[in-house]
Design a binder for this molecule. Structure first.
Ligand code: HEC
Length: 137
Protein backbone atom coordinates (compact mmCIF):
# COMPACT_ATOMS: atom_id res chain seq x y z
CA UNK A 1 0.00 0.00 0.00
CA UNK A 2 2.77 2.38 0.90
CA UNK A 3 4.55 1.70 -2.36
CA UNK A 4 1.38 2.36 -4.35
CA UNK A 5 0.80 5.69 -2.57
CA UNK A 6 4.37 6.78 -3.18
CA UNK A 7 4.13 5.85 -6.83
CA UNK A 8 0.87 7.77 -7.24
CA UNK A 9 2.36 10.83 -5.53
CA UNK A 10 5.45 10.74 -7.72
CA UNK A 11 3.39 10.33 -10.88
CA UNK A 12 1.20 13.28 -9.90
CA UNK A 13 4.24 15.45 -9.23
CA UNK A 14 5.68 14.65 -12.65
CA UNK A 15 2.36 15.40 -14.34
CA UNK A 16 1.88 18.74 -12.56
CA UNK A 17 5.45 19.92 -13.13
CA UNK A 18 5.45 18.77 -16.74
CA UNK A 19 2.18 20.56 -17.51
CA UNK A 20 3.48 23.80 -16.02
CA UNK A 21 6.55 23.68 -18.20
CA UNK A 22 4.53 23.03 -21.34
CA UNK A 23 2.31 26.07 -20.67
CA UNK A 24 5.32 28.31 -20.11
CA UNK A 25 6.95 27.27 -23.39
CA UNK A 26 3.81 27.67 -25.48
CA UNK A 27 3.06 31.23 -24.38
CA UNK A 28 3.12 33.76 -27.24
CA UNK A 29 3.70 37.47 -26.91
CA UNK A 30 0.31 39.01 -27.86
CA UNK A 31 1.84 42.34 -28.89
CA UNK A 32 4.27 40.69 -31.26
CA UNK A 33 1.36 39.02 -32.96
CA UNK A 34 -0.37 42.36 -33.46
CA UNK A 35 2.75 44.03 -34.81
CA UNK A 36 3.29 41.44 -37.52
CA UNK A 37 -0.35 40.97 -38.47
CA UNK A 38 -0.85 41.19 -42.19
CA UNK A 39 -3.39 43.76 -43.37
CA UNK A 40 -6.87 42.32 -43.53
CA UNK A 41 -6.14 39.48 -41.11
CA UNK A 42 -9.02 38.43 -38.92
CA UNK A 43 -8.18 39.63 -35.39
CA UNK A 44 -10.43 36.95 -33.90
CA UNK A 45 -8.65 34.10 -35.65
CA UNK A 46 -6.75 32.25 -32.89
CA UNK A 47 -4.10 31.17 -35.38
CA UNK A 48 -3.18 34.79 -36.17
CA UNK A 49 -0.39 34.87 -33.58
CA UNK A 50 1.36 31.81 -34.95
CA UNK A 51 1.10 32.91 -38.56
CA UNK A 52 2.17 36.48 -37.81
CA UNK A 53 5.30 35.17 -36.11
CA UNK A 54 6.38 33.36 -39.25
CA UNK A 55 5.50 36.30 -41.54
CA UNK A 56 7.30 38.88 -39.41
CA UNK A 57 10.55 36.91 -39.46
CA UNK A 58 10.61 36.88 -43.24
CA UNK A 59 9.63 40.51 -43.76
CA UNK A 60 12.15 41.81 -41.26
CA UNK A 61 15.18 39.88 -42.46
CA UNK A 62 17.84 42.58 -42.77
CA UNK A 63 21.55 42.58 -42.03
CA UNK A 64 22.02 41.24 -38.50
CA UNK A 65 25.31 43.12 -38.22
CA UNK A 66 23.55 46.47 -38.67
CA UNK A 67 20.56 46.01 -36.40
CA UNK A 68 18.47 44.38 -39.12
CA UNK A 69 18.74 47.30 -41.54
CA UNK A 70 18.40 46.09 -45.14
CA UNK A 71 21.68 45.86 -47.07
CA UNK A 72 22.58 48.68 -49.43
CA UNK A 73 24.86 51.69 -49.81
CA UNK A 74 24.64 53.66 -46.58
CA UNK A 75 23.39 50.85 -44.31
CA UNK A 76 26.59 50.79 -42.26
CA UNK A 77 26.82 54.61 -42.01
CA UNK A 78 23.16 54.82 -40.99
CA UNK A 79 23.65 52.19 -38.32
CA UNK A 80 26.62 53.89 -36.66
CA UNK A 81 25.12 57.39 -36.96
CA UNK A 82 21.76 56.47 -35.44
CA UNK A 83 22.26 53.76 -32.81
CA UNK A 84 24.20 56.14 -30.58
CA UNK A 85 20.80 57.09 -29.15
CA UNK A 86 18.22 54.47 -30.07
CA UNK A 87 17.82 51.13 -31.76
CA UNK A 88 17.21 50.61 -35.45
CA UNK A 89 13.63 49.50 -34.69
CA UNK A 90 12.44 53.12 -34.60
CA UNK A 91 13.90 53.58 -38.10
CA UNK A 92 12.68 50.31 -39.60
CA UNK A 93 9.08 50.99 -38.64
CA UNK A 94 8.94 54.32 -40.52
CA UNK A 95 7.16 54.89 -43.83
CA UNK A 96 7.33 58.66 -44.17
CA UNK A 97 7.82 61.06 -47.09
CA UNK A 98 11.27 62.07 -48.31
CA UNK A 99 10.57 65.57 -47.02
CA UNK A 100 9.75 64.18 -43.59
CA UNK A 101 13.14 62.42 -43.50
CA UNK A 102 14.83 65.79 -44.05
CA UNK A 103 12.77 67.25 -41.21
CA UNK A 104 13.52 64.30 -38.93
CA UNK A 105 17.22 64.75 -39.62
CA UNK A 106 17.04 68.44 -38.67
CA UNK A 107 15.05 67.58 -35.54
CA UNK A 108 17.59 64.95 -34.51
CA UNK A 109 20.40 67.53 -34.86
CA UNK A 110 18.72 70.62 -33.43
CA UNK A 111 16.53 69.15 -30.70
CA UNK A 112 18.35 65.92 -29.81
CA UNK A 113 21.94 67.01 -30.28
CA UNK A 114 22.88 64.54 -33.00
CA UNK A 115 26.38 65.20 -34.33
CA UNK A 116 26.32 66.19 -38.03
CA UNK A 117 28.65 63.95 -40.05
CA UNK A 118 30.52 65.03 -43.19
CA UNK A 119 28.14 66.34 -45.90
CA UNK A 120 28.80 63.28 -48.11
CA UNK A 121 27.93 60.94 -45.25
CA UNK A 122 24.78 62.92 -44.49
CA UNK A 123 23.73 62.69 -48.16
CA UNK A 124 24.48 58.95 -48.21
CA UNK A 125 22.43 58.28 -45.07
CA UNK A 126 19.47 60.38 -46.20
CA UNK A 127 19.49 58.66 -49.59
CA UNK A 128 19.54 55.29 -47.84
CA UNK A 129 16.66 56.22 -45.54
CA UNK A 130 14.58 57.54 -48.44
CA UNK A 131 15.31 54.46 -50.55
CA UNK A 132 14.33 51.99 -47.82
CA UNK A 133 11.87 53.67 -45.44
CA UNK A 134 9.92 56.13 -47.55
CA UNK A 135 6.21 56.17 -48.23
CA UNK A 136 6.98 57.43 -51.73
CA UNK A 137 8.35 54.20 -53.21
C1 HEC B 1 21.62 62.36 -30.30
C2 HEC B 1 20.66 61.29 -30.17
C3 HEC B 1 20.01 60.79 -31.44
C4 HEC B 1 20.63 60.35 -32.59
C5 HEC B 1 22.10 60.25 -32.90
C6 HEC B 1 19.57 59.93 -33.47
N1 HEC B 1 18.35 60.08 -32.88
FE1 HEC B 1 16.53 59.60 -33.65
N2 HEC B 1 15.64 60.12 -31.94
C7 HEC B 1 16.28 60.61 -30.81
C8 HEC B 1 15.31 60.77 -29.76
C9 HEC B 1 15.60 61.26 -28.35
C10 HEC B 1 14.06 60.40 -30.29
C11 HEC B 1 12.72 60.36 -29.61
C12 HEC B 1 12.54 59.00 -29.02
C13 HEC B 1 11.23 58.91 -28.34
O1 HEC B 1 10.26 59.49 -28.81
O2 HEC B 1 11.19 58.17 -27.37
C14 HEC B 1 14.31 59.98 -31.66
C15 HEC B 1 13.32 59.55 -32.52
C16 HEC B 1 13.53 59.16 -33.82
C17 HEC B 1 12.50 58.78 -34.75
C18 HEC B 1 11.01 58.73 -34.46
C19 HEC B 1 10.43 60.08 -34.78
C20 HEC B 1 8.97 60.12 -34.55
O3 HEC B 1 8.25 60.60 -35.45
O4 HEC B 1 8.51 59.69 -33.47
C21 HEC B 1 13.10 58.47 -35.91
C22 HEC B 1 12.46 58.00 -37.18
C23 HEC B 1 14.52 58.64 -35.72
N3 HEC B 1 14.75 59.06 -34.44
C24 HEC B 1 15.45 58.42 -36.69
C25 HEC B 1 16.80 58.61 -36.52
C26 HEC B 1 17.78 58.37 -37.54
C27 HEC B 1 17.47 57.87 -38.93
C28 HEC B 1 18.99 58.65 -37.00
C29 HEC B 1 20.32 58.59 -37.67
C30 HEC B 1 20.47 59.38 -38.88
C31 HEC B 1 18.78 59.09 -35.63
N4 HEC B 1 17.43 59.03 -35.37
C32 HEC B 1 19.78 59.45 -34.75
C33 HEC B 1 17.62 60.86 -30.67
C34 HEC B 1 18.58 60.59 -31.62
Amino acid sequence: MRIILTTVAATLAVLVLGAGQAVAEARLDPMQALAGRPAGANPLDPMTAIRAKADAGEARAGNEEFGGLPDGAGAEETYYQCVACHSTEIIKQQRVTDHRWDELWRWMVEAQGMVEPEPETKALILAYLKANFSSER
